[in-house]
Ligand binder design. Structure first.
Ligand code: MIC
Ligand code: SF4
Length: 643
């Protein structure tokens, strides 16, 4: 029986466990990436492990999220990450060099390799034929130290692409179609593998748009084959030597098959407030808009930017619309400047932003009250833009640019022929914003530069024998990490300071939560399905840890957040019977008796609701590895004990 591409790469990297669907495997990690908003914690954790030099083939630290620098905090973090990278053998991509996923695709990704990154959109690398997975900072720290990364051997979904995209239809519309069919929780425990004749019609940046936003499916990752088109892309990047041909065997067996005819794809939008709330642009109609933002790790490649420049050339942005554009990397921005397309964007009235995440994570450009904003980004969770009642629609660069001119949501197909242009055969290669690490001999003399905002990792303790505490918060379904630990210009600068950032934990849902949880000393949070969807930020586990949260009891978890809870030593519990969700209220007194004994024996956990007198059965499905981490009080304590 033949193998899928995912199986081929995973099986070649297994260092622990067996290649059996649903069982836990440890894989060797070839490359890691971090970004600054999760990076400081990841490097503090790496430092705490006491390993002098990274043991990966390539590790890169990017500065792209916190580039607003509205105080000393971010600049201090940048210096800290730069110095620690230099000392420990990590390449350092300086602020201004671009968004981690875009730069990694251009300059570092290698087909067939494994990559984990402390950012949920790391699967962008799947566009190059990598197994690229988003993870918590602590997992990335362990991988940098040469440790395996543990995942459940995934189910593999084949998305069979046929046909080719019609004029004005985009790779973004393809992933929106996949989200429409599978939903934000449809990918949990799965890898989405793209195959079929249609693959040959998509360039690497288009493939990367699709794998990038596969994160919104909750999938472990997404992947495309590595073919002649991949080779061309790498050749343009002067990295042809890293190319290898990779694809699934013709008789590979998949767990599920989804058929998509690219010729049927239409311009679409993800409507507020979820990336799977998909409608066609026609269905929504000519809605008046206030803002358009083009960029982010989903749609900021040279291809995307050139499309936009050709649409805007010689025209003016509608008087009622603010248009901002952030090219994804220095390479993209520089090439736009060199070919004159940047001038077309400026001339049309676009507000050019630096090559960074920017508005995607609420770092500026928040829309006006109730403002309707079209964005080429990947997430439209409520409040993420920085405007609580902002209405964010996720669209393709084509829809965004055309609508910026008309002032209303516009189906670009009404504009006749799409402007034609060719991508250059060679890209501008200048890695002068990537700092090479010190040699092992020089490393001792590199000083680590720490600012006053950088506080140590919160204290964890081994699992208690029994826990008695209150339910400090009860929330509903699809809670995102943007609810648990909001980002944005005000809060993001506190990423290196857990005590300070904790004061914003869950404030989107309940302003009083941090104070209440702290006053209780210890507590449990109760939630619904797909709890913790979205980002990889381990702050969504570290802040509750700091506030004394001992366990989170929900109907189901999103993958990365569940791992982050385990890594922080917080018990992830699910209801054996989902209807029991209704049998706990906020403020109830709860007791987990003989908790440790039950966890050790792998038994269900019994929760006594002392307020109602009822008993609730909770599942805690831990593997041997994750059980050991929970018992030790988190991955850092576990790793220290076991190194
Ligand atoms: C996001 O898009 O939500 C982020 C900001 O990139 C996060 C990481 C973070 O919170 O620092 C992610 O996707 O993991
Ligand atoms: Fe940055 Fe947005 Fe991409 Fe997250 S989703 S990495 S904030 S551009």
């Amino acid at each position: 029986m033949g193998l899928t591409l995912t199986e081929k790469i995973l099986n070649a990297h297994i260092v622990d466990g067996k290649a059996e669907k649903g069982s836990e495997i440890g894989i060797r990690i070839d490359q890691t990436l971090t970004q600054d908003a999760t990076g400081t914690m990841a490097y503090l954790e790496f430092e705490a492990m006491g390993i002098p030099r990274v043991r990966t083939e390539k590790s890169v630290a990017y500065i792209d999220h916190n580039t607003l620098q509205s105080g000393f905090e971010n600049a201090d973090d940048h210096r800290f990450i730069g110095s620690i990278a230099k000392k420990h053998g990590i390449y350092f991509s300086r602020p201004g060099n671009g968004i981690c996923h875009q730069v990694h695709l251009e300059r570092f990704g290698v087909p067939g390799k494994t990559l984990i990154g402390s950012d949920s959109h790391t699967p962008t690398g799947g566009g190059l034929g990598m197994i690229a997975i988003g993870a918590g900072g602590l997992d990335v720290a362990v991988a940098m130290g040469g440790g395996a990364y543990y995942i459940t051997y995934p189910k593999i979904v084949k998305v069979n692409l046929s046909g080719s995209l019609s004029s004005w239809c985009s790779a973004k519309d393809v992933i929106l179609e996949v989200l429409k069919r599978l939903s934000v929780k449809g990918g949990v425990g799965k890898v989405i593998e793209y195959c079929g004749e249609g693959v040959k019609t998509l360039s690497v940046p288009e493939r990367a748009t699709i794998t990038n936003m596969g994160a919104e499916l909750g999938a472990t990752t997404s992947i495309f084959p590595s073919d002649e088109i991949t080779k061309e892309f790498l050749k343009a990047q002067k990295r042809e030597e890293v190319w290898t041909a990779l694809s699934a065997d013709a008789d590979a067996v998949y767990d599920e098959v989804v058929e998509i005819n690219l010729s049927d794809i239409e311009p679409a939008a993800a409507c507020p407030h979820s990336p799977d709330n998909i409608k066609s642009v026609n269905e929504i109609g000519e809605m008046k808009i206030d803002q358009v933002c083009i960029g982010s790790c989903t749609n900021s490649s040279l291809l995307d930017m050139l499309k936009v420049a050709h649409i805007l050339k010689g025209k003016t942005v509608h008087p009622d619309v603010s248009l901002s554009i952030a090219p994804g990397s220095k390479q993209v921005l520089n090439m736009l400047a060199q070919c004159g397309a940047l001038s077309d964007l400026i001339d049309a009235g676009a507000r050019i932003l630096e090559s960074a995440c920017g508005p995607c994570i609420g770092m500026g450009q928040s829309p006006n009250s109730k403002g309707i904003s079209l964005r080429t980004f990947n997430r439209n969770f409520e409040g993420r833009s920085g405007t609580k009642d902002g209405q964010i629609y996720l669209v393709s660069p084509e829809v965004a640019a055309v609508s910026a001119l008309t002032g209303v949501l516009t189906d670009p197909r009404t504009l006749g022929e799409m402007p034609k242009f060719e991508l250059p055969e060679e890209f501008i290669i200048n890695d002068n914003m990537v700092v090479t690490p010190a040699t092992p001999d020089e490393a001792d003399s590199v000083e680590i530069l720490r600012g006053p905002n950088i506080k140590p990792f919160p204290k964890t303790s081994p699992l208690d024998e029994s826990i008695e505490c209150k339910c400090s918060l009860k929330v509903g379904d699809n809670i995102t990490t943007d609810h648990i630990m909001p980002a944005g210009a005000k809060i993001l600068p506190l990423r290196s300071n857990i005590p300070a950032i904790s004061q914003y934990c869950f404030t989107v849902c309940d302003e009083e939560f941090p104070k209440r949880a702290e006053a209780l000393g210890k507590s449990v949070i109760v939630g619904g399905v797909n709890y913790g969807q979205g980002s990889s930020r381990e702050h969504a586990a570290l802040a509750p840890l700091h506030l004394g949260v001992k366990a989170v009891l929900v109907k189901s978890f999103a993958r990365i957040h569940r791992s982050n809870l385990i890594n922080a030593g917080i018990l992830p519990l699910t209801f054996a019977n989902e209807a029991d969700y209704d049998r706990i209220s906020e403020g109830d007194d709860l007791a987990f008796e003989n908790l440790k004994e039950r966890i050790v024996k792998g038994e269900d956990v019994v929760l006594k609701n002392k307020t109602t007198g009822e008993e609730i059965i909770c599942k805690c499905e831990l593997t041997d590895g994750t059980k050991a981490i929970i018992l030790a009080g988190g991955l850092l304590s576990y790793t220290k004990e076991n190194i």
